[in-house]
Design a protein around this ligand. Structure first.
Ligand SMILES: *Cc1c(COP(=O)(O)O)cnc(C)c1O
Length: 511
């Protein structure tokens, strides 16, 4: 169609759409440009206030106080204007929201976000494409596919690879275990689980993973009808990485017991230690025993972009499927994750046709992404954030951020191990460190309680937010360093605060 004919066709439609009777200031449409612009400016202003005002990562508000502020509100009497709305949101939410961008936030796997991705969120929300079918997204589908192909190439997969953006690592891991289960049944027993349900011997299916693997695997095994009993936890080495010899012994043990090993899940970047399982050794065992090989690189995917540390992921290219969380290690706003398979044929196990959405005779050259998802139909265009990030900043800059983070973590580990008042549990391949306040004069039996008190006091003051976990029954404080702007000086300051708090807690234990 030439452009004149196109303009003619557009005209009557324009008239209908801009008819005064349809004008409405709160529906996003061309009659609401002033309202849209004003609302966006107000929201941006509030964000700027958040940046300029916050000096500590948490206000320290007590949940009882915040709950009281909610009690009086109802939805039947709307606020008079956008300004009052933003003021209320500020008081109820923004003032107490955890500020992940500050160096004193060093708790969980929350990265600071990059600005091109934040700008992309504006487009994602307003244009509101849905990524399930080509007819709801067009260019968005191609952007997503190109980013999936790029990620697959970084992993080391051939052009036969494929994948899809998901809401997070837990969901991507679910897809990994689902394919492992269905692939085994189809390939080795000619049984179609999607249609026929679980086979009689599914109770004997076994999935191997380290004792440090993410808890989502447990939830997922339960959801898949295999039960947590299907998971065989493999012991870890001195750095809390899966021990490959223990893995082989466990596979042999399960075979002797008459069980059916179907998959192994390796973790590239454990949540509690930031360490990478021996991916190549595990690949060899997966091949030897015919197991599906899933790698959970929700956190470790950041290593893909570094030249210096990329070797830690060697062997990843032999996986059947991989989880990557762009919202953990690519500085993306939540949500942004992907599930990638080595060969697109594996995704055929998920395919399902619905007459109203993706009928068989209307597959738009196989561009309906819904053919690749399990637990999502309508789906956000999260890919645009990564697109804007990579096009503006490039792979190298993201990789350099990850290298800076790893170097800061190395220095932090050194500071902790040289400090007589602190005890480091393990070094990290990435940026997670477990340690505790443990000066010589304190009885070992008191350490758990004192470190718990330190964490609680820090949280209540909001000055420094650290995480914690238990290892072999003992309580440890946890640093997750994910901010390239955090300096060794910041770490020094945080450690000093922890020690001061430790001394205070020892003098008068916090209840
Ligand atoms: C965070 C994490 C997950 C879960 O990812 P979500 O995006 O939080 O659902 C899975 N595995 C590992 C190793 C993680 O660190």
């Amino acid at each position: 169609m030439n452009s004149t004919a196109y303009a003619d066709l557009q005209q009557p439609l324009q008239d209908v759409l801009t008819h005064p009777q349809t004008a409405c200031g709160d529906i996003f449409h061309q009659g609401a440009v002033p309202e849209y612009t004003q609302a966006m400016a107000g929201a941006t202003n509030l964000v700027v206030k958040f940046l300029q005002r916050n000096r500590k990562p948490f206000s320290g508000v007590a949940s009882t106080d915040l709950k009281a502020a909610f009690a009086a509100l109802d939805f039947d009497t709307p606020l008079p204007d956008m300004e009052s709305l933003l003021q209320e949101v500020d008081e109820l939410y923004v003032q107490h929201a955890t500020a992940f961008h500050l160096p004193a936030y060093i708790a969980h796997l929350n990265c600071p976000v990059v600005i091109p991705a934040v700008a992309a969120e504006v487009l994602i929300a307003a244009i509101n494409s849905s990524q399930d079918t080509w007819d709801q997204s067009a260019g968005g589908t191609l952007m997503e596919q190109k980013l999936i192909n790029w990620t697959a190439r970084e992993i080391g997969f051939s052009p036969a690879a494929d994948g899809v953006f998901t809401a997070g690592g837990s969901q991507s891991n679910l897809m990994g275990l689902l394919l492992a289960r269905d692939y085994y049944a189809a390939e080795y027993a000619g049984h179609n689980i999607k249609q026929a349900g679980l086979p009689a011997d599914a109770g004997r299916y076994r999935i191997f993973l380290s004792e440090m693997a993410h808890f989502s695997n447990q939830k997922n095994a339960a959801l898949l009808g295999l039960g947590e009993q299907a998971l065989v936890k493999i012991k870890t080495d001195s750095r809390f990485r899966m021990d490959a010899a223990e893995l082989e012994a466990a596979i042999e043990r399960e075979l002797r017991a008459g069980n059916i090993p179907i998959a192994v899940v390796a973790t590239a970047g454990t949540t509690d230690f930031g360490n990478v399982d021996p991916l190549a050794d595990i690949a060899r065992l997966a091949a030897k025993y015919g197991l599906w090989y899933h790698i959970d690189a929700a956190y470790g995917c950041g290593l893909l972009l570094t030249d210096k540390y990329r070797h830690l992921l060697n062997g990843m290219e032999q996986a059947h499927s991989v989880t990557v969380d762009y919202h953990k290690s690519f500085f993306q706003p939540i949500s942004g994750s992907a599930f990638i398979v080595r060969d697109k044929k594996f995704l055929q196990l998920l395919r399902m046709h619905v007459d109203y959405l993706n009928p068989k005779d209307e597959d738009y050259d196989d561009l309906n992404q819904i053919n690749k998802t399990v637990t999502q139909s309508t789906r956000r265009f999260d890919a645009l954030k990564l697109w804007c990030t990579l096009r503006l900043m490039g792979r190298q800059k993201l990789g350099a951020y990850t290298e800076t983070i790893i170097e800061t973590a190395e220095k932090a580990a050194e500071m902790i191990s040289l400090d007589p008042a602190l005890e480091l549990l393990s070094d990290s391949d990435m940026g997670v460190l477990l340690f505790r306040y443990a000066p010589d004069h304190l009885p070992p039996a008191d350490l758990c309680e004192i470190n718990r008190a330190i964490k609680k006091a820090l949280f209540n003051s909001g000055e420094v937010l650290v995480a914690s976990t238990r290892v072999n029954g003992s309580f440890y404080l946890k640093f997750t360093i994910l901010n390239p702007l955090t300096t060794p000086g910041d770490i020094r300051r945080i450690l000093d605060i922890i020690k001061q708090q430790g001394a205070a807690c020892t003098a008068a234990p916090v209840k």
